[in-house]
Structures are given as C-alpha cells and as structure tokens.
Design a protein around this ligand. Structure first.
Ligand SMILES: [Zn+2]
Length: 588
C-alpha cells in the first residue's frame, strides 16, 4: 500500500492528526469510556458497534469487521484511493509531500481525480456551447421553461450540440485519451470501431457531489420524439445510490430549516430553488438508498417526500419509506395532483402554493392508513387484516416503544378492534425485517473468526515491544493457525528487528489485505489485562498455541503415515513413525 509514499511521511502524517476529529466530521461519535462509539457507517445497525480509539488512532466495527486507521477510513467512506487519502490528510496535518513524490502520488490517485478533471473540462465545454451565438434557440427554450439566466449560471447548465464527436474532439485537444473519456461515461464505442459522444443535442444538467465536484450529467431533449433524459452511467466517481442531486447547494438550507423536501427530477429541484425554496434534494426518480438517507441525516431528521398523485397512491412507494423510519427519521408525505410535479406546480401556481402543500404534508402513518382505507374495506375482516399487516410493517420500524404503542392504539381505534389483536400480530413479526440492502451491506464481512489466543498475543505484542522477542523465541509465525495471523506476526517481527515502529495505526499501512488490518484492530479491542494477570495471560496464550501446534503436527503426521502405508513405502513409513513417537514423548 505504502510502496509509493515513504513510510516516515505516513507516520509523520498519522502522528499529527486525530482520527476522532477526522471521523466525527462524517458521523456523530459518542464518548464511551476511553473510546468513542457510533452506529457503523458501513453496515446497517441500530445499536452502535463501531468503536474509535483515540489512544490507538484506529477504528473497528464489531458488527461487520470494517477497521483501519485514518487513511483507511477516508478511503472507505469517501471512496478514495490510498494516495488521495494521503494527500488530503497530509494537507490537514501540514505535512508537505516532497515534489518528487507528488506527481506520482497524484497520478496514482487517480482514476477518480482524473475523472473529476475530465468532467470539469466537459462541463466547461457544454457551458460555453450554451453561451454561443448559435445557441439562442436553446436559451429561448430554457427561458420559456421559466429558467432565468442567473439560474443557468448558478446550476452551470450547458448544451451538448448536435454532432457525433464535438466533445470527443474538444477533450482530445486537451490531451484526454479515449479510454478515460469512456471511463467518464462521456463517449460510447461504435459497433464497427471508434467512438461517439454520449450526449448530443441536449440540455446538460451537471450532477455535483457534496463537495461540488462534477461527477456526472443528466441530459434533457428539446425535441420531443426522443427519450426525455439520458444520464451518465455509473462511474468510479458517480454512484447513483450514494448521491443526491442538489445537496451541494442545499445542505445549509436543510440544516437551517431542519427539514428536507425530497423531489424527483432536476427541474423539480431547480425551479423551486430559483423561487427561494432551497431546502430540497432530488432523488432522480429512484427509491432512496440507505447511503442517501445517512447522507441526509447529517443535516436533519425530518423529511417531506413530494410525489405526484400516482406514485403517492402506490403502496410500494410508501413501503420503501419504512427504511427512513428505521433510521430514526420523521417522514411526511406531500402528494401533488395526478400528473403534476413540483416544477409545474411552481410555474403554474407559484411557490407559495407549493410551500403550502409541503406545510400540510401528513405523517407517513396517517397518510398510509388513508391510502389503505381507499383500497380495502375497513368494516370487513379481510380488509382489516390487510390494513393491519401493511401498517404493522411501518409501526414495527419505530425503535421507540412509546411511539409504537401510540400507533398501535390509533390503529386499533381506526379498525375498531381491541389492541391485543394487533399486539399479537406484531409479535409474529419479530425479529424486525432488515432494511433495504445496499452495496456496503452486500459486501458485508463478519468478525475474522480468528482464535482468541492468537489475537490476544498480537495485542500484547503491539502494546509491549519487548514481548515480541520473548514470544518469537517460543513461537514462529508459522505456528499461528491462521494465514492472516501468521502474516501479521511476521511483519511485526521484521519491523521489530529493524527497530521500526509497530504502533497499530502504522503497522496497518503494511497490509494490502483488509483481513490483516481487521485482525490488528480486532486484537486491539480484546479485553485488558494488568500486572500478574497479564503475565499469566501471555503464558497461557503461548502454551495454547503450542498445544494447537502439536495437535496439528500430529494430525499432519498421521495423514502422511496413512499415505505411506497405502503406498507400501517401508522406509518412509519407518521415519514417520519415529517422528510420531518423538512427538508424543514430548508430552503435551
Ligand atoms: Zn460495521
């Protein structure tokens, strides 16, 4: 991992920053004894198992096993490459990366860095197209759609002209290669060879990440015969489920208003924003993912979903909101008349009318119940049962027992059945169904499953350098039953003999594999032992590993003896038997 950047620089950076400060910029950390706790940002959970240690400058999640130092956290959370994380933390730490290291580091960073740059170049090109003399009809079109010149500038709207290779030629002239253009999703391969521009003859809506870097594009037709929108494909920097359109502009407004309005399309965001309704984001038409909800949670816990009449009547749409409740968000629904969207509502009726609809949004419980009552007969047993089972899936997501109780009471009133029937049904539902899966959830890892004696020994060695020597006189890396432990122990031993630091946060830089750094972190969070207990624990661990070593040697010999027997190799069999008896004589 650290091949390109000198180790002493990495150490220098890590010694000047505080991992608690770095991580708490992303998620709220709570003090818990010597450590800090939080709900893990890498997997879905309700009770915190994500621990940050200020003493050791590492983090570890006991739920999914994700762990590492500050570099690793940035790489995971921001999807950065290692050199990029180093650059950012170096800047924060005030460590200057020597010039000869820099270009290489930046180059390596950097498919992502390159894609941001190419997207920015492309956007500049699209913007200047829209400003050119020949684009007057396009500017008229935007103005007829109610978009002011000031708004065009603010949102950096652009124009992809009608040719097949305009952008491609422009980017080429800037020295960008075709492979990168394709990786940025800007060009597509032709069947017979060669490439063509993905976006042609369309208005360009750039998509920014929360740091206002261009990550992708939405492109809208002016000509009605074509599909309305074409979007960038997912790329290394544009992951749809991780981004919310407009959040870079609206985040402060969301925080100030303490609620967010979620709309669907680009114009549903832009038009109300232009008229002063700024605490909005656009979901780009798909159901919210866990990552998106977590992103919003940094700014507010109150959400108003705006749907047109069709979607708002869909139970499936409403069901997808249960996840927000599970994340502790308060959800309200503002339905618009059928076929109307926020863009049209604001243009036709004014922003005040739209704001009023948002103000009158109903809570998810009430809204869903209302929709269900139009679908099922509430006076009839089957209808009641349908309504209850649908409502319970929502009620059951509330973490708070008082809220759950209150909603059960109200539901029982609505359907005119005693509460205990509903409580009986809810008891069948437990345990709660997990929230909608996300990319990180699918890649979920469990605890390493490594023998506790081996983990404990690693912890002792990390805490007390001198133990390394003592332990290495008794055991060799190969004595550890697991490849990961063996690797960690062998690296520690090497560093120790070279007189280098083996602090966990630094040790981790030596491993490319997640498993090895997970092991280091997991070890560090093993129970503490003091004084006499500690000495005893060290000896116990060593002898346990020795017993295990003997056992596995015996098993191995046993297998060899069997195979020598069946192959009739007398000489070999003899030697093996001798070895076997020697082993047993040793006791243990
Ligand atoms: Zn986790």
């Amino acid at each position: 991992m650290s091949a390109r950047i000198p180790e002493n620089l990495l150490e220098d950076i890590l010694s000047r920053i505080d991992i608690v400060e770095i991580i708490s910029a992303y998620i709220p950390l709570k003090k818990a004894g010597r450590n800090f706790k939080a709900n893990c940002p890498f997997h879905h959970e309700k009770t915190p198992s994500f621990i940050v240690s200020p003493d050791r400058q590492i983090y570890h999640c006991f739920g999914c096993g994700e762990s590492g130092n500050a570099f690793k956290f940035l790489m995971r959370h921001e999807r950065m490459e290692f050199p990029e994380a180093v650059e950012i933390l170096a800047k924060k730490a005030g460590v200057v990366l020597p010039e000869q290291d820099k270009p290489e580091a930046v180059r390596a960073a950097s498919l992502s860095t390159q894609l941001y740059r190419i997207n920015e170049l492309a956007l500049g090109f699209y913007e200047s197209n829209l400003n050119s003399a020949s684009a007057s009809s396009c500017r008229d079109y935007l103005s007829n759609r109610g978009i002011r010149p000031q708004t065009i500038k603010q949102f950096r709207l652009g124009l992809a002209s009608a040719g097949w290779d305009h952008l491609m030629n422009f980017l080429r002239s800037k020295g960008v290669g075709l492979v990168l253009m394709e990786k940025a999703g800007l060009i597509l391969p032709r069947e017979g060879g060669g490439y063509y521009d993905r976006f042609r003859n369309r208005i360009i809506f750039p998509i920014f990440d929360i740091r206002s870097r261009v990550i992708g594009f939405g492109a809208r037709v002016m000509d009605k015969t074509l599909p309305k929108y074409v979007n960038s494909p997912e790329t290394q920097v544009y992951i749809k489920g991780k981004n919310l359109f407009g959040l870079n502009l609206s985040k402060d407004h969301i925080r100030d208003n303490d609620f967010v309005v979620i709309v669907e399309g680009y114009l549903d965001f832009i038009i109300p924003y232009q008229e002063g309704l700024c605490n909005t984001v656009a979901s780009q038409g798909t159901a919210l993912t866990l990552e998106q909800v977590r992103l919003l949670k940094r700014y507010t816990r109150n959400v108003v979903m705006v749907y047109d009449g069709d979607s708002a009547g869909e139970i499936a749409t409403l069901r997808s909101l249960d996840m927000l409740i599970e994340e502790g968000m308060q959800v309200r629904i503002a339905p618009l008349p059928k076929g109307m969207d926020p863009d049209e509502t604001v243009r036709r009726e004014g922003v005040a009318v739209f704001k009023d609809k948002i103000q009158k949004a109903k809570g998810l419980f009430d809204y869903k119940l209302e929709v269900l009552k139009t679908r099922h007969n509430i006076r009839e047993a089957h209808g009641k049962s349908k309504i209850v089972s649908e409502m319970l899936s929502t009620i059951n997501r509330f973490d708070n027992a008082i809220l759950r109780g209150e909603y059960i009471r109200r539901l029982s009133e609505e359907i005119r059945l005693p509460e205990h029937y509903i409580i009986e049904e809810i008891s069948k539902l437990k345990p709660r169904t997990p929230a909608i899966s996300s990319e990180t959830l699918q890649g979920k890892r469990k605890a390493s499953g490594i023998n506790p004696a081996e983990k404990l020994l690693i912890k002792f060695m990390l805490e007390e350098r001198d133990l390394i020597d003592k332990i290495m006189q008794e055991l060799s890396p190969a004595d550890f039953s697991d490849m990961r432990t063996a690797k960690v122990v062998s690296v520690m031993h090497d560093l120790f003999s070279q007189g280098k630091s083996i602090e966990p946060k630094i040790l981790m830089n030596y491993f490319n594999e997640d498993e090895a750094s997970q092991l280091v972190c997991e070890s560090m969070f093993m129970p503490e032992f003091d004084g006499k207990d500690r000495e005893k624990a060290v000896n116990d661990c060593i002898s346990r590993i020795k017993v295990q070593r003997l056992k596995s040697r015996r098993e191995h010999l046993h297998m060899q003896i069997k195979s020598a027997q069946s192959s009739g190799d007398e000489q070999r069999l003899n030697n093996l038997m001798k070895e076997f008896y020697n082993l047993i004589k040793k006791g243990d």
